[in-house]
Design a protein around this ligand. Structure first.
Ligand code: HEM
Ligand code: NAG
Length: 330
């Protein structure tokens, strides 16, 4: 009797072990999600992204930022790509107006390439194409390679009003950044690693003009800013500058995905006040210093963090849809 019981008990335990996946994988998504429906998805997207990047280098930062803004608002469901006839979609919100068109275009082109293969047509979501394109622009800019989890479905809802309060601003202090990322289950290390995305791309002058002209409502320069760098910024962004002028977020290697961003911070060359704020606490400073001195460490923790970012609010199963045109719900 007792042995039957313990055998049963063992059976139940082993069943549970089979059912509960090990905690390093996220049950809703899979690396080989399209193995049967579109086995060449990775190379199709990679080829399309590479071609687009050759035409314009803005492709890399534009795509990476688009992925971030998509995931932080209503989950990684490509809702940021939806166009609204009356200007009421996510992309019309003030925080999204500066998203560069080349990011959207990258996904649209990759989607066209995917759909030109008959077995793949209308099988792959825009959300997954954006996640793959993001990995590809990072890799093609000299950053780490990593496996992308797939199986996200596209959202049908995209509202201008839902963006407010969900994206960080350049004037945020460390506590505000930490708190916003924490609402998504992202740690301080995730925040600091993901901010390393500012190793590529540009910022418009208005995002930091206070730091170089009007710090604390006085005509002075932010004391945390490297003074020579501040002078250079004043030349690039004169007081009444054309609002379209933009400056590299990483003044040393603006096109390379590397840890120069953290080395810049150590010298007071973080362009946005939110970047420089990553040195605010003892703990955050230790992480910045570690990333500045070890690119491998930065790459590892960046990959872990962007993988977590890619899991936010994903729609799977019979939620959402596979959008036929990334700009419109079916
Ligand atoms: C930590 C809080 C963050 C703040 C406050 C922030 C803020 C900003 C701002 C103000 C700009 C300049 C926009 C413009 O003037 O056009 C920018 C650009 C950019 N951000 Fe962030 N960002 C943050 C985190 C992230 C994350 C997590 C990623 C991606 C993982 C990211 C990727 C980018 C990229 C690639 C650009 C350059 C875009 C381009 O050149 O088109 N940012 N960010
Ligand atoms: C850099 O970080 C990697 C990854 O954590 C580690 O294996 C390596 O030992 C570190 N290198 C140095 C010089 O500390």
């Amino acid at each position: 009797m007792e042995t039957t019981f313990s055998i049963l008990y063992l059976l139940i335990i082993s069943l549970f072990l089979l059912i509960i996946p090990p905690n390093h994988c996220f049950p809703q998504l899979k690396h080989d999600y399209y193995r049967k429906s579109c086995p060449n998805i990775e190379s199709i997207v990679h080829h399309a992204v590479k071609k687009k990047l050759k035409q314009t280098s803005v492709t890399a930062p534009a795509t990476l930022r688009l992925f971030f803004h998509d995931c932080f608002v209503h989950g990684c469901d490509a809702s940021v790509m939806i166009a609204s006839p009356n200007g009421n979609a996510e992309k019309d919100a003030p925080d999204d107006l500066s998203l560069a068109g080349d990011g959207f275009d990258t996904v649209i082109r990759a989607k066209a390439a995917v759909d030109s293969v008959s077995r793949c047509k209308n099988k792959v979501s825009c959300a997954d194409i954006l996640a793959l394109a993001t990995r590809d622009v990072i890799l093609l800019s000299g950053g780490p390679n990593y496996k992308v989890e797939l199986g996200r479905r596209d959202g049908r809802i995209s509202r201008k009003a839902s963006v407010k309060g969900h994206l960080p601003h350049a004037h945020f202090n460390y506590n505000q950044l930490k708190a916003l990322f924490a609402t998504h289950g992202l740690s301080q290390v995730d925040l600091i690693a993901l901010s390393g995305a500012h190793t590529i791309g540009f910022s418009h002058c208005r995002q930091f003009s206070k730091r170089i002209y009007n710090y604390n409502s006085q005509s002075s320069i932010d004391p945390t800013l490297h003074q020579g760098y501040a002078k250079e910024l004043q030349l690039k962004c004169p007081r009444h500058v054309d609002p379209r002028v933009a400056v590299a977020l990483d003044p040393t290697t603006p096109l390379a995905f590397d840890n120069a961003f953290y080395k810049n911070l150590q010298q007071g060359k973080g362009l946005l006040s939110s970047d420089q704020a990553l040195l605010a606490t003892k703990k955050s400073k230790r992480v910045v210093n570690a990333f500045a001195s070890n690119n491998t460490l930065f790459e590892r923790l960046f990959v872990a963090a962007i993988t977590k970012l890619g899991r936010l609010g994903v729609k799977t199963g019979n939620h959402g849809e596979i959008r036929r045109d990334c700009r419109f719900p079916n």
